[in-house]
Design a protein around this ligand. Structure first.
Ligand code: ZN
Length: 101
């Protein structure tokens, strides 16, 4: 399990996800937590939970994934937009800053 590819702007989101899992699904192991093509990608081991719980867990993870789609990978602001380049979403300020650099 590794957070190596998680953009810094997502650290709060990921910490939130991890504490939710620890608190509500202590039996579930996280296999992978990565940023894949601009999406938060979460792979959990659901073998220890029943289908109903797995379904509920899937919905909650989906909520975090949806949130990642508008969370700037740079500064963590919630105004990020997809730039259509397959990279982590960024807000306008960070996008401009990266062009200036
Ligand atoms: Zn930003």
């Amino acid at each position: 399990m590794s957070d190596d590819h998680i953009p810094s702007g997502w650290s709060a989101l990921v910490a939130d996800l991890r504490s939710t899992l620890r608190r509500d699904y202590p039996d579930v192991r996280v296999n992978a937590l990565t940023a894949d093509r601009g999406w938060l990608h979460v792979d959990v081991d659901q073998t220890s939970i029943d289908p109903g719980t797995a379904y509920q867990l899937g919905r909650r993870i989906q909520g975090f994934v949806t949130q990642s789609l508008s969370t700037c990978g740079c500064c963590g602001s919630a105004h990020a937009r997809d730039r259509g380049n397959g990279r982590i979403v960024t807000c306008d300020e960070c996008e401009e800053a990266s062009y200036d650099a």
